[in-house]
Design a protein around this ligand. Structure first.
Ligand code: SF4
Length: 364
């Protein structure tokens, strides 16, 4: 066991016991916590990357209803997988789940493996996710460090160096390793993360209800509000886009993005990024021409929607227009296929976030 400066060895057990007792009483009833089936834990962990737990719980239940096990994922076409994932974003995660299921079923497995190296070899599983699956699904003694745990540790030890600094990371690793309850890693890891999510929150932590208050150095030093040391946030980059919802008689044109694209396999209205000094209308007309060959003279304003990604703020200007019934079929340059879809069937296709907002507006 690594000795860390602020925790006397005889208090380690006390911290564990307090944390576990608190977790037993206050943990959220998340759906994968009823059985801890490896398949369930894996899906929850992948969904939980970049997504809040409440959303994960909602999507998880829908997912399990459609794909109750690994074999069901492997048997599903990619479009069904992407549709079930729609709204969670970062679609590579869904594709990796599909690839993993196909690979494991092809190799005779019935569930996710219980081995660190085997897990790391699977698409979309890095060291953190492998350790999370092993500790939570298989109760193996792997310590876990996520943003919630780092925040708890930085306050518990009153760490006054930036989160990203290598020496801070080293200190976190030592704490995680020292504190881990090797007899109950599943419960212990979840208890720490849950404490960070429910009590030791980024703003206004509920120290009064915290089971670790008596050991918390930041609480004693009145420095809770300054821990962890804030990280300078990168400013979001603005991206301006425009697209056109094109009607021909009672159907709408949509196209499927190329497979190696960032949203490969998803569907969209033709459009793209505006050039410098270009108006949204001109951008939409130009993009439609470039992507389909259609030269339109007019488009009307539908709506402008905004969507946020980790580093970008995307503003999408949506227009609509009508094509003549005898217009030629499109010449696709940015899509693998296209479809003419009645309005009431648009929701059956998976769209990226901005275009999905336009679909909601069209259908409301
Ligand atoms: Fe976090 Fe407050 Fe508990 Fe310290 S006492 S660990 S700051 S909730």
């Amino acid at each position: 066991m690594i000795e860390i400066e602020f925790i006397h060895p005889h208090t380690v057990n006390e911290i564990r016991n307090r944390l576990l007792a608190w977790f037993a009483q206050y943990q959220r009833p998340l759906p994968w916590r009823t059985t801890y089936r490896p398949y369930h834990v894996w899906i929850a962990e992948i969904m939980g990357q970049q997504t809040q737990m409440e959303r994960v719980a909602m999507y998880f239940l829908r997912w399990i209803e459609q794909f109750p096990d690994l074999a069901a994922v492997a048997a599903a076409p990619e479009q069904k997988i992407l549709k079930a994932w729609e709204g969670l974003g970062y679609y590579t995660r869904a594709r990796n789940i599909h690839r993993t299921a196909l690979y494991l079923i092809d190799n005779g497995a019935a569930d996710i493996p219980a081995d660190y190296q085997q897990l790391l070899a699977l698409p979309g599983i890095g060291p953190y996710t492998a350790a999370a699956i092993l500790s939570i699904a298989f109760n193996q003694p792997y310590p876990l460090l996520d943003a919630n745990v780092e925040r708890v540790f930085s306050r518990l030890a009153d760490i006054d160096s930036p989160l990203k600094k290598a020496s801070t990371k080293k200190q976190f690793t030592a704490m995680a390793d020292t504190l881990l309850d090797r007899d109950q890693p599943r419960q212990f890891n979840q208890a720490l993360m849950e404490l960070g999510a429910l009590i030791c929150t980024p703003k206004r932590p509920a120290c009064i209800s915290c089971p670790l208050q008596v050991y918390c150095r930041a609480y004693q030093a009145d420095t809770v509000a300054y821990r962890p040391l804030p990280i300078a946030r990168d400013k979001k980059t603005d991206i301006l886009m425009a697209c056109g919802v094109l009607y021909k008689e009672d159907r709408i044109f949509i196209q499927q993005r190329l497979p190696d694209d960032i949203w490969g396999g998803l569907w969209e209205f033709p459009g793209g990024q505006l050039k410098e000094s270009e108006t949204p209308l001109h951008g939409a007309l130009r993009e439609i021409h470039e992507e389909t060959g259609w030269l339109l003279e007019r488009l009307d304003v539908l709506a402008t929607v905004t969507h946020y990604y980790t580093r970008y703020r995307v503003t999408l200007h949506g227009f609509y227009g009508t094509l003549h019934p005898s217009c030629p079929e499109p010449i696709l340059t940015a899509a693998s296929q296209y479809a003419w879809v009645p309005l009431n069937q648009l929701h059956q296709y998976p769209f990226p976030a901005g275009h999905r907002q336009l679909v909601h507006i069209l259908c409301s």
